[in-house]
Design a protein around this ligand. Sequence first.
Ligand code: PEP
Ligand code: MG
Length: 430
Amino acid sequence: MVARIKKTAARAILDSRGIPTVEVELETQNGCGRASVPSGASKSSFEALELRDGGKKFFGYGVSKAVASVNGIIGPKLRQTAFSGQTDFDEFLISLDGTKNKSKLGANAILACSMAFSRCLACESGTPLYASFSKVRRYCLPVPFFNVINGGAHAGNSIAFQEYLIAPVGAKTFAEAAQYASEIYHALRGLISRQFGRSATNVGDEGGFAPPLSDVATPLELVSRAIGEVGLQGKVSIALDVAATSFFDGKKYAIGGGKRLGPGEYFDFVEGLAKTHRIISVEDPFCETDFAAFSKFTRENKAIQVVGDDLLSTNPVRIARGVRTGACNCLLLKPNQIGTLAEAVRAANLAYGAGWGVMVSHRSGETEDTFIADLAVGLGCGQIKLGACARGERTAKINQLIRIEGELGSNGKFAGREFHRPARQLGFSL
Ligand code: PEP
Ligand code: MG
C-alpha cells in the first residue's frame, strides 16, 4: 500500500500537568489520524530531545517551535512524498531531522507525526490500530501496572521512590484487573485518610496518593494492607519504579528521613526491601549509569523482573549494552524517549530477541491519547504501565483496553501471571 499525505496540521494543546504539548493531524487518501505526545518529569539524560521554546511564555515550556517544525518544515515535505509504510515514513522524518537525538525538529514534533501516520495506515487498511502492529489470530491483553502511591519527582511529599504499583496478575481478564485496582485504590484512600487525615488523600501527577511520608518502606505496608482489606492477597502483586537517579547525588542515595546510603549499603537495602515485600518487578533500582549494579541485582534476584527505564531510554545502543551486561530482563518502552514508532518497535524486538520482557509505558505528563493501549496489545508484550486507575488521561488508556478486550472476545487472552513472557513465547505468532 502506498500512502499519500493530503493534509497536515499541528497545534499546541495542554497535557495533564497543564503544560503545552504537540498534537498533529494527518490526512491520507482514505484515512486520517490525530495523535498527541506525552512528556516525562523524571527524564533520563539519554532521551531524544523534546523541543521547548524557552523564554517567558508558559515559563519556557511552550512548544511553538515544535509546532512550527510540523507546519513549516515536515508538513510541506510530507505532502510531496508517498510512503510505503510506517518504517518508510519514520525513516523519512529521521533523515529530515538529521541529528542523533532529533534536536533539530524535536522528538515531540516527529513522534506526533509518526503516531498520527500509524492511525492513517490503520484507517487505510480498515483495521483497528492494534492490528496494524501485528496480524495474529489471538491477541494478548496486557497486565496493567497501576501506580497507587506517588513519590519522587511526581509528588509534593518526601517519599524518595517514585512509584508504588499494583499488578493484578491473578485476574482472569483485563476488565477484572481494572475492578481489582479500583477496589484497592479506594481501600487505600480509606486507610490513608484514617491514618493521616483527608488532606493526605490528594494525588500526585499520575493519580496515585501522595501521603506525607519520608520513608520508602511504609508505602509498601500501606499498599499490602489495602490489598488485604479487599481480600485480594495472592491475586494482586506489588511492583516498584524506584527512579533512583532522582535521589542519587553521585556518591550516595538519599532514601529519606535524612538517611544517605553508599552504593553497597543501598544495594543491600533495596534487595532486602524487594524480598521482604515480595516485589515482582523493580524498575530503575539504581542510578541510570550504573550498569554494574543493575547486572549484579538481576543476576542475584532471578525471581524478580528488573526493568530498565532511565537506564535504557528505549535507545538501541543502551539496550544492546544492557543485553551484553545482563543489566536487566525487561525493557520499559516509552515511544517518546526515542521519537518514532518504527524505532520503538525495533527496540521492543531487540528486547524480545534477548529473551527479555517488554512493558509499554505512559509518561507522567499525559494527554487523552490512547495510542499506547493499542501499542501494547499489538506488540503482545503482556504488560503496560498506566498510572493510577483514576484521572482522565490515565482512564483513557484503561478504558481503551477494556474496549479492545470486549471487541476481541475469545480472540484475546489476558496475560495474567505470564506477563513477563512476550506473547510469542506464549504461542502467539507475532
Ligand atoms: C517513569 O519514570 O517510568 C515515568 C513514567 O515517569 P516520567 O514520565 O516522569 O519519566
Ligand atoms: Mg521509570
